[in-house]
Design a protein around this ligand. Structure first.
Ligand code: ZN
Length: 282
């Protein structure tokens, strides 16, 4: 399943990368004299230069699309980095030296990646895009048993090793900036659910039983949790699938991804972007 999730992420990058390349090539052509020969959208450029109504409409439409996508992408990046900065400051001011040292000693294998902060809410996240670290609140250490804390730490360690906060950031940025490709929403959900399920499978392998993890998930689902943006939380989007995996470990989990309407819509949009449907393209 790990390979399948990597493939899904690669497919996601391929679709969003293709869409953004076409938009960027069109923008470059509109603003400069550059006429890209290798861009698929360039098939339409000659047609778009003609002064007929349909071509003008398509041209304005593409400009609006680019303006919307670019502003969504920029605002999404600014939002994520502002929140990340705010969260970094919170960690600095709430840092608990004694409990951090104790946790790092207890989980020597993971070591300096663990940080404990003084916080009255349940915080158990992997945070940081390039060098992810595990952040736990003092309430987590107070409310959960040693084995439950181990389940949380190993789960978050899996996210660290896979750079899941960075992957989540990319998923978020692309699906926000390209809302006309609904398949990206479905694929992002699929990838995020499997990020959680794979992290849980890693915990079960490490602890040799699913019991402690199930206790943590049930406790988390009953309490108000603090999950800062720009991070991967312990229990969020995938909680129902995760409980299903623990209760029926042999049952195959199906996360819907290729629903017909989003797929058809996305294919139509990609085709339109590729310029094949626009009349007069050659
Ligand atoms: Zn998680």
């Amino acid at each position: 399943m790990r390979m399948r999730n990597h493939l899904a992420f690669g497919f996601y990058l391929l679709i969003s990368g293709f869409a953004w390349t076409q938009l960027a090539l069109f923008l470059v052509h509109e603003t400069t004299e550059f006429n890209p020969e290798w861009g698929v959208l360039q098939y339409c450029l000659s047609a778009l230069q003609e002064e007929t109504l349909i071509h003008q409409v398509v041209r304005i439409g593409l400009n609006i699309l680019i303006a919307y996508s670019a502003s969504s992408l920029i605002s999404s990046v600014i939002q994520q980095f502002t929140l990340a900065k705010h969260w970094r400051n919170q960690i600095k001011t709430r840092y608990n030296h004694e409990r951090t040292a104790q946790m790092r000693h207890q989980f020597e294998e993971i070591g300096s990646k663990i940080t404990v902060i003084d916080h009255e809410g349940i915080v158990a996240v992997t945070y940081g895009f390039i060098q992810p670290r595990i952040v736990l609140s003092s309430k987590v250490l107070d409310d959960f048993s040693d084995r439950e804390i181990a389940a949380i730490v190993w789960h978050e360690n899996y996210h660290c090793r896979n750079l899941d906060p960075l992957r989540s950031l990319i998923l978020q940025m692309m699906k926000t900036s390209l809302p006309f490709l609904p398949i990206l929403q479905k694929l992002a959900h699929y990838i995020q659910v499997w990020m959680e399920l794979l992290a849980d499978r890693y915990v079960i392998r490490k602890l040799n039983n699913p019991h402690d993890l199930a206790c943590v998930l049930l406790k988390c689902s009953q309490q108000v949790r603090v999950v800062p943006l720009g991070s991967v939380g312990f229990a969020d989007v995938a909680i129902n699938y995760r409980l299903q995996q623990l209760i029926h470990p042999k049952q195959k989990i199906k996360v819907p991804v290729l629903k017909s309407i989003p797929v058809v819509n996305s294919i139509l949009m990609l085709t339109l972007l590729a310029g094949i449907l626009v009349s007069g393209c050659s």
